[in-house]
Ligand binder design. Structure first.
Ligand SMILES: [Zn+2]
Length: 398
């Protein structure tokens, strides 16, 4: 019989195989049970990735608000481009000249070059391209932000309770609080930086459990540069009262990463959603392109630091999709077709998958919390039995 088990599992099991059982065990049904357990261990896929050989010691969760699968997998969308250029020839538009190419692969790489040519090629994988037979969708029925973020962070939809974007404390414990407790971390070691102010209420059930900096909130830091940015955020207004520019959120998160070395970091970027509501397709694409730069800056830093290099898993996703055509792309709601579809990317030293998922099982937004925990070898479902299960394929051999 051939066995696909990897060497680390055998390292653990070999001494057990050499062990001589007592007379009682040799002659009892316990021996059969013992044999079955060994067989189970040997056949159990994915044990290697999260067992003794697990490399992840830190996790980073990143969300990009309301980024559609269409742009994520196909770059600039010609249908929308035509509708926003109106009477002018589309080929003459600056957006066409900057972002258009003949294939979806080329277009998305023009929009997010680091994400596609480095992260997805060499370090991770992404699910959700329905054109390739991979679907990721919400389990909440609302298809807007608070229910989406809560589903990501609690591993469960609560449609009857979480049904607005109001500033109401999340009544359910989040994975960030769970990880702080399980890993016995101080508050700055579990930190969330968000462009949208409501994240202050979404990210934790018990206020002040973790470090949260959200919306137009000052960020205190010893560096004069960061103190200046903290001031400037109030002088560079956005068109929206509750969402600051992502550059501040990103810079504060990076400063926190350097100063406090959190083991759990959540970076929640927001501009992509608000520019889409304003039907500024140019700004949506520019925000995505800037986000790609933030990814590369974050990644470069992680590679320079001993705590993070080769020991950090990233999960990147979105809170909801949006409408699919030139009429609906700016919006998202329970009745808008397309807004239920999202995407999830996994970048981890414990995952061998690379590139796009194809012809695979449907994933759900409620699986993100348990997957984050499993990267760290923790079982979220043990205490949150209704939350989605970890995405097991991430941890299996490709
Ligand atoms: Zn929105």
């Amino acid at each position: 019989m051939t066995c696909s088990c990897s060497e680390p599992i055998l390292t653990v099991i070999r001494p057990v195989l050499r062990w001589q059982p007592s007379a009682m065990l040799r002659s009892s049904p316990l021996r059969r049970l013992f044999g079955h357990l060994l067989t189970l261990l040997l056949l159990c896929p994915g044990l290697n990735a999260v067992g003794a050989d697990r490399r992840t010691e830190n996790v980073v969760l990143i969300t990009l608000d309301g980024v559609r699968v269409e742009e994520m997998f196909g770059g600039i969308d010609m249908t929308i481009l035509k509708s926003v250029t109106k009477d002018k020839p589309v080929e003459k538009s600056a957006l066409y000249q900057k972002y258009w190419a003949s294939t979806p692969e080329e277009r998305r790489e023009k929009l997010m070059p680091f994400f596609w040519s480095v992260l997805m090629k060499e370090h991770g994988s992404i699910a959700g391209n329905r054109a390739k037979g991979s679907t990721v969708q919400l389990t909440n029925g609302h298809r807007f932000s608070y229910p989406g973020y809560s589903e990501i962070l609690t591993g469960e939809a609560h449609d009857e309770v979480i049904k607005s974007n109001d500033k109401i404390q999340n009544p359910y414990p989040t994975v960030l609080e769970f990880l702080k407790e399980q890993l016995n971390l101080a508050s700055p070691q579990v930190a969330a930086f968000a462009s949208w102010d409501v994240m202050k209420w979404i990210a934790e059930r018990t206020p002040n459990t973790i470090t949260i900096n959200a919306g137009f909130e000052p960020y205190d830091h010893p560096s004069p540069e960061i103190r200046m940015l903290s001031m400037l955020q109030h002088e560079t207004s956005t068109p929206w009262d509750s969402v600051r520019h992502d550059v501040y959120t990103h810079r504060f998160a990076m400063a926190h990463l350097r100063a406090h070395k959190p083991r759990v970091l959540y970076l929640s970027l927001g501009e992509t959603d608000d520019w889409a509501h304003d039907e500024r397709y140019d700004r949506v694409l520019q925000a995505l392109e800037r986000t790609d730069l933030y990814f590369s800056q974050l990644w470069d830093y992680l590679q320079t630091d001993d705590q993070y290099r080769g020991k950090t898993s990233l999960l990147i996703t979105t809170d909801h999709g949006r409408g699919i055509d030139e009429k609906g792309w700016g919006s998202h709601s329970a009745k808008l077709e397309g807004a239920q579809y999202i995407w999830i990317a996994f970048v981890s030293p414990d995952s061998a998958l690379r590139g796009e998922w194809s012809n695979s099982e449907t994933l759900y937004q409620n699986q993100t919390a348990a997957t984050l925990c499993r990267f760290l070898g923790l079982d979220f479902n043990a205490s949150h039995s209704k939350s989605g299960k970890p995405v097991s394929r991430v941890f299996q051999a490709p």
